[in-house]
Structures are given as C-alpha cells and as structure tokens.
Design a protein around this ligand. Structure first.
Ligand code: XMP
Length: 325
C-alpha cells in the first residue's frame, strides 16, 4: 500500500539518482505542490537547490511574507525573494483587456525568471511540481525529440502564455509526477506543511491582477487585498474554508452611489465569488449562510476605504467561469 513515508524516501532516492551533483532551480508559488516539492528537493540535495520566489505583487495579503518566513525559519530552506512588484505594475499600466493582461503577466514572469536564473545560476535542472494529470496533458509538448527526456517548456502556474525561451529549456525533475492532488496534500501534511498551504484554494498564476476588472493600479490592489482578506477571515472563522473550492473578492472598476453617516459616497463595488466544485471544470455558487454574507458585507464596506457596495455572484460554471477574467 501507498504510504507517505515510502513515497518521500523513494522520491529522495530518485532525485539524488537523477540530478547527481548538478544544481537545481525551483520557483516557489505558495501552493501545496511547489512547497512540497521544495521540501523534498531540499532533503535530497541540500544547498544544490535554489528556491526563488518571484513576488509579482499580485498575491493575497500577507502571503509572500508568510511563505518566505515559513521556509526560512521553520524549514531552514533559504529562499531568494525577488521583489518585482513595481515592474509588473508598470508592465500592466493602461492595460484593460483580460487576455492581454494574462499574456503580459506571464511574459514578464518568464523574463524575471530568466534574469534570476542567470544571476543565481547556472542550473542544470528545473524542479517543477507537475502532477499526474499535468503529465498526461503535456505528454508531447514536454518531450525533447533528441533525448526523449522531459524538458521545461512552460511555467506551470501560468495558463496559456508563450513557452520558455529556447536557452531556458532546462531538463526537468518532477518528483510529484505520479501523484494526484489529494496524495500531494497527504505528503505535504506528513512533512509538516501548515494546513493553510496544504488545503489552500487554487490561485491563478496572474493572481489578483485578473481579479481587478480593467486597469490594475496600486490603489485598486490595496483595496482588493483588504476586501479579500476579510472574505477569508470570516470564512475561516466559521470553519467553512474547506467547504468551498474557492472564495475570493473581485473589484469592479465602476462607481456607484452610497451613503455613509451623513455623507454621500461614490466608490467601487466588490463582488464575492464563493463556489463549490469537484475539479474546477464545472462549479456552482455556494449557498453561503446569510449571516456570513452579512458580516462580510458590513466589514468590507466599513473597513475598506474606497468600497461602498458588496454584491454576491450567483452564476454557476458554465455559463460563467470561476474567475472574472
Ligand atoms: P475558470 O475561471 O477558467 O478557472 O473557470 C478554472 C480554475 O482555474 C484557475 N485558474 C488558473 N490557475 N493559472 C492557474 O494556475 C491560471 O492562469 C489560472 N486561471 C484560472 C481558477 O482559479 C479556477 O480554479
């Protein structure tokens, strides 16, 4: 029978046999796959592993700090933190089209990744948290026709963006490639990853940049981050986090009239997108208890400056998508 201990031992043996004394680069994303991967790789090859975390500025409130702290202080795994916030924001300056935004963020990510890998490298391998379903999906695209080995052509967390440039096509080391998501969670838990990472909801590669409809600005990011944190806090407080596939806030770039105290307001609405799903392919809006919605709404309007209205998205997928862009 499959046990996490046996898997971890076998994975470490396999990693050592494959990469020998070569150097490996790993891009941490904050999710359970890359976190589990980092732990295994570090156990297997120690300081021949370099973990880089590229902060695009589109993560949820406190997540980048927590991630770096967890790895450095709890796991004693060094992380190269790359602050690319300004860079991503200016790349998106004036951009409103959803596909264009995704393309730019993905492209910028690859450029920053390329620069970091040149600065910190050279590396022979890229460690990627590919799971079994991803292997099947990318069976031919990742095959080097010369050697038959799997090579990196894409960055996992960025959907539908151009591939890696030719000289960045590292050989891959993918110790999670035989696992399904629930197995990765078991392994992650067994090595001591906190529940907030093990059970973390899916989060898109372009992050909050595609949860701000239209132009992304620093001000809008701050508003969305604060509203999004309230959604998570209230859902966590009632032990509902694991009931939902995802629960997040979206900012709409329009203004509506409201009243606060004796003053008229004219500010952004926040959309609550809280859904249930088995696999993300189809989804239903969650029947969130009214009192939870009430507290979320009150808190967002009272605590987040720049927001005066909260609406709840009651669209299933299909015909809606989970994300708004
Ligand atoms: P949609 O919006 O297409 O989303 O219904 C389906 C699932 O995919 C997630 N998603 C992404 N995940 N990189 C990712 O790793 C991305 O670029 C991306 N875009 C969407 C989304 O959050 C949902 O779980």
């Amino acid at each position: 029978t499959w046990t996490t201990e046996a898997f971890v031992e076998e994975a470490i043996r396999e990693i050592r046999a494959k990469v020998g004394h070569k150097r490996v680069l790993l891009a941490l994303s904050g999710g359970v796959d890359s976190s589990t991967l980092a732990f295994l790789m570090h156990r297997a090859i120690g300081d021949r592993l370099t973990c880089v975390f590229i902060d695009q500025g589109f993560m949820r409130k406190y997540e980048p700090e927590r991630l770096v702290k967890l790895f450095q202080e709890q796991f004693h795994i060094p992380v190269e933190y790359v602050n690319a916030r300004e860079r991503f924001l200016s790349a998106l300056n004036g951009v409103t089209d959803p596909e264009e935004k995704r393309r730019i963020v993905g492209h910028e990510f690859i450029r920053v990744f390329e620069e970091s890998s040149k600065e910190l490298g050279p590396f022979d391998y890229l460690a990627q948290g590919t799971l079994y379903p991803d292997v099947i999906e990318s069976a031919d695209t990742n095959m080097d026709p010369g050697t038959g080995e799997r090579v990196a052509v894409k960055i996992k967390s960025h959907h539908n963006v151009g591939g890696l440039p030719k000289d960045l096509r590292f050989k891959l080391v993918e110790p999670l490639r035989k696992l399904f998501k629930d197995e990765v969670r078991k392994v992650g838990r067994s090595i001591g990853l906190p529940e907030e990472i093990v059970q973390r909801h899916p989060f898109p590669g372009p992050g909050l940049s595609i949860r701000i409809i239209g132009e992304v600005t620093a001000e809008r990011l701050n508003i969305l981050r604060d509203a999004d944190l309230i959604v998570r806090q209230e859902i966590n407080r009632r032990g509902l986090y694991n009931e939902y596939w995802q629960a997040f806030a979206v900012l709409l770039p329009i203004r509506s009239v409201g009243v606060m105290g004796d003053k008229r307001t004219y500010a952004f609405p926040i959309v609550l997108r809280i859904i249930t799903s088995e696999d993300g392919m189809t989804a239903d809006w969650a029947r969130v208890p009214y009192d939870v919605l009430e507290v979320i709404s009150n808190r967002i309007v009272n605590e987040v400056k720049g927001v005066n209205r909260v609406v709840f998205d009651i669209t299933s997928k299909p015909p809606g998508t989970i994300e708004w862009e």
